[in-house]
Ligand binder design. Sequence first.
Ligand code: NAP
Length: 488
Amino acid sequence: TPGALSPEARAGTVPPPSGHGSSPDGPARPSLDTVLDRTRTAADAARSAGPADRARWLTALADALDAARATLVPVAQRESHLPEARLTGELRRTTFQLRLFAERLVSGALDDIHIDHADPDWPMGPRPDIRRTTIPLGPVLVFAASNFPFAFSVAGGDTASALAAGCSVVVKAHPGHPELSRITATTARAALDEAGAPTDLLQLIEGEQTGVDAVRDPRIKAVGFTGSTPGGRYLFDQAAARRDPIPFYGELGSTNPVVVTPAGWAERSEEIASGFAASLTLGSGQFCTQPGVVFVPDADAFLAALPAMSAGPMLNERIDEGYARSLRDLASRDGVEVARRTPGGTGEPDVVLLRTTAQAVRSDPSLITTEVFGPASLLIGYRSSDEVEAALTAFEGTLTGTVQAGGPDDADGLRMLALLARYAGRVIWNEWPTGVTVSDAQQHGGPWPASTAPTTTSVGTAAIRRFRRPVAFQNVPGAALPPELREA
Ligand code: NAP
């Protein structure tokens, strides 16, 4: 209800969805109330769009973003401090993602349809004709993350899957890349309009309180969030505290444990050391899948084998400060020491390796659940697989769990992989967790605190399921069935 809005939102301090920023000469800003009314109208119109229509919208959006690359990438570079090659690759991933959904919508691969014809001999008694499909949930609110200004932002994974599902989308822009968010939104809205999508299918809002107000508003029917664990938890609680609680799909922080087995170290030490260094420093360690915790059979040997490491500037001051703070906190815990610190150049972070033991983790399990978002990792020396298993007993959830083993029959590796699968959304054998491909089999999520919805994924085509709900049609005449359930 409008009464749920903050004074800020009611006064109309939401930047224009058309992306004209805060220019005093720009068009009048719609209030959050107006944005939410518009998204509800757009959702109603989108509801009746078939897969081919939705595919056309997504393809148009991908084409427009690709065409705007020369404009978008420099702005992303300036606002995020990430290098051009990385951002160009990330934009390519983003448009690939949109096109993959489009392709799968057209092929029918994303349909979730079950048809049980009437059966008088059904063992529990005569069965009526019953057919199940899924329908869009309605307006989805998407919180963009700071560390992927394209792939997890305005036109990123959550937006792609919600649009593919037939929902309208309101994106809460991340303040780390405001101008990029506005230009992306303007580009996307123009492309969607041109492709004949419902007006205001995609809108942008800004401001922390505006985001909270939107989560609480009954016109929003689901939330996709990518960001920190505390931020995600706060907003999850807001969604759950509504009179009408809604699904909140939060993709949060993670420590992504890696276990190097004795056989793995004996056979592949050089490859493991260089692979770890690259994975740790990729994106200056600002990946949710960064290997933050590494169990090693010989910490001294592991440290000695590592190459020189460096990292580029952090995304923004807030994240830089958060990195320093969480690193200081972890380094000051009992049994933890700084094993190696490579000072960064001007404006660059230090690359830091901390060190502890499996026994210390048993005494304080939070050592391996505390995310340090940046180029740092905690090495944990262990003597036996039993010690690793004991150290993981109190572990919670993680996006990924990785084993660096010897050959395919390395018994320690097989045991560790089975153990990590209890906690992780994705387990990895002899590769590294950073780099999350977009495909049908991908799973990006995991038990709390990796996500608030461990049965779902935020990456890959299965992400569409988050934004549709099942409806069963019993004994319904053909003409009244959705097209995909009709006999023909
Ligand atoms: P963040 O600080 O939590 O911000 C994410 C969004 O949530 C922002 O729009 C922020 O708005 C909003 N927000 C956070 N706390 C809020 C609160 N209390 N009230 C209202 N709004 C709130 O996260 P970040 O700095 O973007 O990203 C870093 C974190 O994201 C890391 O922990 C990383 O592991 C995680 N991450 C996870 C994944 C994944 O897929 N699991 C992917 C990428 C990143 P304001 O800034 O306006 O407050």
